[in-house]
Every structure is written in C-alpha cells, then in structure tokens.
Design a protein. Sequence first.
Length: 201
Amino acid sequence: MTTRIISLTTVLLALLLTFTHSIANHEKKELTDGTVKSFRWLKQPMTLGNFSIHDEKGKQVALSEFKNKIVLLNIWASWCSPCVRELPALDRLQQRLGGEDFVVLAVSVDTDPNLARKIFNDKLSIQHMDLYLEPAQQLGKFFPVDVLPSNFFINRNGQALGMLRSFINWDDPAAAKLIKRLIDGVSSNTLRTERTNHIIR
C-alpha cells in the first residue's frame, strides 16, 4: 500500500511538473490571473485510490463517498490570509452549484482543529460547506501542498483533473461556466489544449 501511494504521488507530481517548484519560485513559475483560467490540467485523469479526509467530528470520509460528483478540493489553513479570503466565495459557490453533481470540500491543514473552527464557523460563519481536517503530511501523499491555498478538481470517478495553487475569485462567472462544463463531461485534456492555445495566442 505504501508503495502504491508513493508511486501515485510520484506520477501525479511528474505530470504536474510545473507545480513542484519551491514556494520562493511559486509566483514566478505558476503564473495566475486570479481566475479559473489559470488552472493547469492533466493530459489524462489520475486515480487517487484510497484518498480520504476527516470531518469536523473526526470521522473518516473516503473520496468514494462523493462518487458521481465533480469535486472541488480546496486546501487551506487559518494562518493563510488568501485562504481565509477565498472561503466565503467558495461557500457561495457551494450554495449556487452544490448538489447531486458538484461539491466543494474545504480541507484545513491546521494542526489545531480549533483554529480552523474559529475561522470557519465563528469568524466567517460558513453556511453551505462542511469543515474537513487533514494533516498536510497525509494530504501530501496525494497532492503537492507546499503552497496554500491549493485547489484541485476531481472527476466523478475519483480522478484528479487539474490544479491551481493560488487564491481564486470563485464569484467570477468563468468559475461557474467551467464547473458546468466539468459536470457535462469535458475532459482535462480538452481544457489543457484550450489553455495552451490561449497562452500561445
């Protein structure tokens, strides 16, 4: 099982080569305009296997519980200002689009769960998303988490499609348009080609 996890992480990081730079080089190497247009997409979806997180009460929740939904996995922390700024818009996104076809999973890497709860429940009064918690070390077996916030799209079959390690304006109409395309089954390779062609132009 350990070998499988290491192999999975290695392949995912290799396919997302541009995401493996140090934090110091992040803004230079991973350019973003603050919208979903900056997402980086895999040529082929990557299966995440036995990936799981924990809910606010400590119950383990497997990714398979969200099968048949497009998942937006947001990794954040209470000490990360852009993360905290992003959460209300993610909550509104969940309110608008969440349901049978789509869900936002906001996962805090705070070592003290109470810090995450104070931000999520007390300061921001998040209403439409559930709070999930998972150590960065565990998440790092599946995703690069050296830069926060990090956002990942996962398809209905539990496969990673793409990522953007940056604050994103989820209230931008382009975000809803992208999610609706993912719900309708657009492939990550198609999105990757479109992004490449846009950059070339």
